[in-house]
Structures are given as structure tokens and as C-alpha cells.
Design a binder for this molecule. Structure first.
Ligand code: G3I
Length: 416
């Protein structure tokens, strides 16, 4: 597949391996100029510009004793994996504008940022032909100022997309889509390193088993265009607009065999047509009882057939509820709210799941980025989807304290 060239070019630019690329992509920002959370009296080499005393990366030693974010060594999470892959998170402009704890921890601990909403079609082009980059610029420029890589999410999706994208003939839609993708990718050229070009284009009929209408999601885009050619159009336009950006197809539930098989079928078709795809983004929205081996099998499925494609985990979280299907479809029969205090046994289960998953991911060299979908539990979409209730899916609790899952993936000696 011609997709290797973008990666090769990036490696040439970076002057080395993908690992170096991760560094080159800004996953290791300059020595911390003082952690805004800093209250330790680290001997770091940073010069404090925050209200706290600066704690440098690496040499800072914390005397706080507690595991509060203030006592965290700056960069502990991203640096722990610096020789494996980038560690990222989704973040919204709302959090950045408020400079809340999530934004501070994101700057402190993560090397890659995905704008949670601001790069979606409903924000960039709410009305036909009018582009509005202001919301996205704030998140992108904030991340770049922190020395972080930016993952662009998402150019084509069946959600958060105004109807005008799908009006008119097949040719009208093609021309409009190519103009949109070209304009957006060109505008962020050199600032957005990776694009989720298409998101969730695999059939959602995984729950109908092999009778599903796989491999393609036969809804909005597919029905308006008459087939899945819109995927090809988007990738080709993105490559032409920024030959150095890495282009990804992003999907959820790849840890499910049937959905994974359908994604591979789509990749085969794109490969046969010479469509420029550089990688696969696995969202990995886990449940508390998800088998990490199934997620690792998704990475292996891509590696086994498309060696050279890059794998990213793009939206990791762990829901504490394994609801029946009706809950997601109609909001009925959902499990009862656990309340504001996470059960200790489930926090331990989450920690073990994360440790097993990360232990497997570091063994897979095609994995070059691993992102969470939010910083603190209170940030998560899972507090309102599929129903409103307390959820505890992320690495930091509502007070910004690192949870057992954080320690389980940053300290091999931590006892869960
Ligand atoms: O901030 C605006 C507010 O100013 C405005 O008044 C309000 C009016 O509706 O909208 C607010 O924006 C909301 C935005 O989140 C805030 O971040 C949007 O309504 C809301 O639709 C949007 O939801 C996002 C959702 O995708 C749809 O784009 C979630 O934050 C985001 O977590 C979720 O992320 C998706 C991934 O893109 C794809 N994978 C699944 C994942 C979870 O659904």
C-alpha cells in the first residue's frame, strides 16, 4: 500500500525510527517551565513560571509524599512510555479556556492532544461553504505551545456533521467533500500531524452477527453517495493537501471479532485501490470486564495483514457499567447508578485491565500513540451516555487525583 510513504517521509524528517518520531512529534516537550500544579520542591532544571515552584522533568523529586497531582513528577506518564509510544488525551476548548485541573494535568502528563469536538464538521463548517477555525485554533495552538502533538479528529463522520454535507448528487457530494477536506487539512498543515480521516465507517450491525450488512456502515454517507467511495475521496484529498500528515481510519469495537473482520475487509479494498492510508485508530472504549487480549488481537489483526500500517489507540476509557444492548439503543434496562464513590473492587479491576493492556501494547512496535478520551472521570462522555449516572472511566478522579489505574501503568512495582 502506498501508505508507507507518508510514514517513511516522517521518519526521514525525524531522522530516525518511529520512536524518535514520537519524540520529534513533541511528545517530550521542553523541560517543564514550572508545573502549574507544582507544590513539590523539586530540584528540577525548569524555571517556574507557574504559581507553584517549578518541578523539572526527570530530575525533579517530590517531597509531597501524597500522590496528588501536585506531587506528580511532571511528565511521569508520557515519559514512562517515551521509548514505546506517545501518550495522549482528548481535551476541549472549554477546559483550556477555564484552565481547569484537566487542562493542567493534560499539559503536565500527556504528549498528544486530540480536540474532543473542535475539529468536527459541525464546528468547522456549520453552514455551507463557511469555514470557522477559531475554536479549533485555540486547542491546536495550546497543544503546540505545550510541545504536544495534535491528532485531528475527524474529517468524515456520520455524527456531528451538518446535513448540507450530504445534499445534492453524488458528484456534488464528492466535490464538496474534497473541498472541505482539502481546505481543512491545508489550513492545519504542519500543525496537525495525524488525521482521523474517516471515523466509524464500519458496519454497526455487529450485534446482528454474520447477518450484519458489513463491512460498510450503510447510513448517511454511504446512502447519499450510493456506496463507500466517499472514504477513498477523503483520503486522497487529505494526502494531496498535506503529504506529510499521517492519515488514519478510526473505529470503535475493533476488540470485537466481527467488527474487526469488517474493518480488515475495508482495509483490503482500500489497499487494492491504492488509497493512501497510513494507520488504524482503535478507539478502545472498554468495559470493566473487557478482555485486554481482544484489544491486543485488534492490533495483531492489522499487523498480520498490513505490516507497515501504524496502530494508534485513540479514545481509551473503561466504563464501569456492562449494560444490556437495550440501554445503548433505547436507554432502557440500564444498570443502576453506582453513585459518586467508585467501588474499590472495580477500581482495582480497572487498574489490572489497564496494566495488562499496556503490558501488551509496549510489545507491539506498530503502536505509536495511545490516547485516553479525557483526563478526569468528570470529563467523560460516559457520565451522560448511554444515560446520566456517575462513571469512573479515566486515569484521574474528579479531584484530579491519579487513580490506581494511573499507578498501575506507570509503576511496575505498584501493588493493585
Ligand atoms: O460546547 C458547546 C456549547 O457551547 C453549546 O452550547 C452546546 C450546544 O449543543 O454544544 C456544546 O458542544 C458539545 C461538545 O461535545 C462539547 O465538547 C456538543 O453539543 C456535543 O455534541 C459534543 O459531544 C461530543 C461527541 O463526540 C459528539 O461530537 C463529545 O464531547 C465527545 O466526547 C464525543 O466523542 C466521540 C468521538 O468523537 C468518536 N468516538 C465516540 C466518542 C464518544 O461519543
Amino acid at each position: 500500500m502506498a501508505e508507507f510513504s507518508a510514514r517513511d517521509r516522517l521518519r526521514l524528517l525525524a531522522g530516525g525510527s518511529a520512536m524518535f518520531l514520537a519524540g520529534c512529534g513533541g511528545s517530550n516537550p521542553p523541560v517543564n517551565s514550572g508545573s502549574l500544579l507544582g507544590s513539590g520542591d523539586g530540584s528540577g532544571t525548569g524555571t517556574g513560571t507557574g504559581t507553584g515552584t517549578g518541578t523539572g522533568t526527570g530530575t525533579g523529586t517530590n517531597t509531597g509524599g501524597s500522590t496528588s497531582p501536585a506531587a506528580l513528577t511532571t511528565g511521569l506518564l508520557r515519559d514512562h512510555y517515551r521509548n514505546n509510544f506517545q501518550i495522549g488525551t482528548a481535551l476541549s476548548n472549554q477546559r483550556i479556556a477555564a484552565n481547569d485541573l484537566s487542562a493542567q494535568i493534560a499539559a503536565d502528563q500527556f504528549g498528544s492532544i486530540t480536540p474532543e469536538w473542535e475539529l468536527k464538521p459541525e464546528v468547522i463548517q456549520p453552514t455551507p461553504g463557511v469555514f470557522n477555525f477559531s475554536e479549533a485554533d485555540r486547542v491546536v495552538d495550546w497543544a503546540l505551545a505545550n510541545g504536544q502533538t495534535v491528532r485531528g479528529h475527524a474529517l468524515v463522520w456520520h455524527e456531528s456533521t451538518p446535513d448540507h454535507f450530504l445534499q445534492g448528487s453524488r458528484e456534488d457530494i464528492r466535490l464538496r467533500l474534497e473541498d472541505y477536506v482539502s481546505t481543512v487539512v491545508d489550513y492545519f498543515r504542519g500543525r496537525v500531524a495525524v488525521w482521523d480521516v474517516v471515523n466509524e465507517v464500519t458496519s454497526a450491525d455487529v450485534y446482528r452477527g454474520s447477518d450484519g450488512v458489513g463491512p460498510d456502515r450503510q447510513e448517511d454517507w454511504f446512502n447519499a453517495v450510493g456506496n463507500a467511495d466517499y472514504i477513498d475521496w477523503a483520503f486522497r484529498a487529505a494526502r494531496a493537501a498535506d503529504p506529510n500528515a499521517l492519515l488514519f481510519i478510526s473505529e470503535y469495537d475493533t476488540e470485537t471479532q466481527l467488527k474487526r473482520d469488517w474493518l480488515i475487509q475495508i482495509l483490503r479494498r482500500l489497499s487494492a485501490r491504492g488509497v493512501p492510508v497510513d494507520g488504524v485508530g482503535h478507539q478502545f472504549h472498554f468495559f470493566i470486564d473487557t478482555d485486554p487480549a481482544q484489544a491486543l488481537a485488534a492490533i495483531d489483526a492489522v499487523d498480520n495483514e498490513f505490516l507497515g500500517l501504524i496502530n494508534h489507540a485513540t479514545e481509551i476509557d473503561v466504563s464501569f457499567y456492562r449494560d444490556p444492548g437495550t440501554c445503548w439503543q433505547t436507554g432502557t434496562n440500564c444498570l443502576a447508578d453506582l453513585g459518586p464513590n467508585a467501588p474499590a473492587d472495580m477500581l482495582a479491576q480497572q487498574a489490572q485491565l489497564m496494566r495488562s493492556f499496556f503490558d501488551g501494547m509496549v510489545l507491539r512496535s506498530s503502536v505509536e500513540s495511545v490516547s485516553f478520551w479525557g483526563v478526569r472521570d468528570s470529563d467523560s462522555w460516559l457520565n451522560t451516555s448511554p444515560v446520566e449516572r456517575f462513571n469512573f472511566p479515566l486515569l484521574f478522579d474528579r479531584d484530579g487525583e491519579p487513580k490506581s489505574a494511573f499507578h498501575a501503568i506507570t509503576d511496575p512495582n505498584y501493588v493493585i
